[in-house]
Design a protein around this ligand. Structure first.
Ligand SMILES: [Zn+2]
Length: 402
């Protein structure tokens, strides 16, 4: 993972429609869609990092390693541009702030800044991803706008500024979301982007269009065809007639997603009962009464938290699909993600203490083998003590609130 943090560089290049004589970008000429501007953002990845970590080329929604700290103040400055352009950028960039728990503070040109904005009509529009903006030289821009002038319409400011600031918050292109499932007509995609005005190589098309990010390096929501981070794709590039239009504003999912990634307030932790059930001599534990209701119900061990609080750890829950045993443990390394010997990871039951705290009570763990093995948890140290019913003591599993 060496040098992983600064591998990605996003360059977004505008292509003007064929109705225009102007070529803003050196590679711009005509566009297949008439009367439409095509704004394409090209990911450039440091070549040695590609060799070292080829999986990173399979691209998501937000790169976890490039996230800002929640609640952080991000400083921004303009390297050039007139007051009109600067104010338009501020106006649309600030839309993210309605949903993300981040603060944008604009500083003077002589101060250092996390994000440095440049207006250069020869360079397309692009932004470094998330905290990568801090990692490049202070004298260099971390974001460029390549096609703005004093007569640019607000829809274009909206589309481009919100999109580039999405990258600056760590978001990648929506069509490369791990959850995207676009049925590409690959031959058409290669020829479309391989021709004028893009002239992308097969590898560039793979990196910028077809490959998805790995789900392990990204946080992501389900694919969103309305996302500000999605390219416009004509139906001719897909096998099933799917297409996407120009998205010029934050979608409902964009708003929801960024507010989850940078939450304004954490959901407060509440205490929930930890219920015990006995399903034909195999026991089951849950903090959600609705899961089994009154059937098989045996009682309450104590309370666990719904969110992690100081000194607590998650109770990982597992089910053995071969023998019906169930395990609850604070130790992830015990079974990890499951997969061995029929064990299946089912999620977090709640959060409990690893050591005694005021107003807590130990939960003892026992195990019984045989055809119907059972991990058994009790707050009553004599319930199955001394080998009763074949149970062997395994120590204290965790501490629950009384
Ligand atoms: Zn982009």
């Amino acid at each position: 993972m060496k040098n992983y943090f600064n591998l990605f560089f996003i360059a977004c290049v505008l292509f003007l429609s064929s109705c225009s004589d102007e070529s803003i970008n050196p590679v711009s000429s005509t566009d297949i869609q008439s009367n439409a501007k095509e704004h394409l953002c090209l990911d450039a990845i440091v070549p040695e990092d590609l060799l070292e970590n080829p999986k990173l080329t399979t691209h998501g929604a937000l790169l976890k390693s490039k996230k800002w700290e929640n609640g952080q103040t991000i400083t921004i400055k303009f390297l050039n541009g007139n007051a009109f352009l600067q104010n338009k950028v501020k106006q649309f960039a600030n839309q993210w702030m309605q949903y993300a728990n981040l603060k944008f503070v604009y500083v003077n040109a002589n101060q250092s800044a996390d994000i440095r904005i440049n207006f250069d009509n020869s360079g397309g529009s692009w932004s470094y991803l998330g905290t990568d903006s801090k990692r490049i030289d202070q004298s260099k821009p971390s974001m460029n706008f390549g096609w703005f002038n004093n007569s640019t319409p607000d829809t274009e400011f909206s589309r481009t500024v919100i999109h580039e600031f999405g990258h600056a918050l760590g978001l990648i292109h929506e069509h490369q979301n791990p959850a995207a499932n676009i049925q590409w007509n690959k031959a058409k995609v290669y020829s479309y982007y391989g021709g004028a005005p893009n002239y992308w190589t097969t590898a560039q098309v793979d990196n910028n269009i077809i490959n998805k990010y790995s789900s392990t390096v990204t946080n992501y929501s389900s694919f969103d065809s309305q996302s500000i981070m999605l390219y416009s794709f004509p139906a001719s590039l897909t096998l099933n007639g799917w297409s996407s239009g120009w998205n010029t504003a934050l979608s409902a999912t964009d708003k929801n997603f960024i507010s989850q990634e940078y939450p304004k307030s954490k959901p407060s932790a509440e205490l929930r009962n930890l219920y015990r059930y006995n399903i034909n001599a195999q026991h089951f534990y849950t903090s959600n009464f609705a899961e089994l209701g009154n059937r098989y119900y045996e009682g309450v061990l104590g309370k666990v938290y719904s969110q992690q609080v100081s000194n607590t750890l998650p109770i990982y829950r597992y089910f053995n699909s071969i023998n019906g045993d169930r395990l609850s443990t604070l130790n992830w390394n015990e079974l990890k993600g499951g997969g061995q010997g029929g064990w299946r990871y089912e999620g977090i039951t709640g959060y409990a203490y690893q050591s005694a705290q005021p107003n807590t009570i130990p939960v003892y763990r026992y195990y019984k083998g045989g055809n119907r093995p059972d991990h058994f948890y009790t707050i009553n140290s004599s319930e199955v003590a001394g080998g009763k019913y074949g149970y062997q003591a395994e120590g204290i599993a965790f501490y629950v609130v009384r």
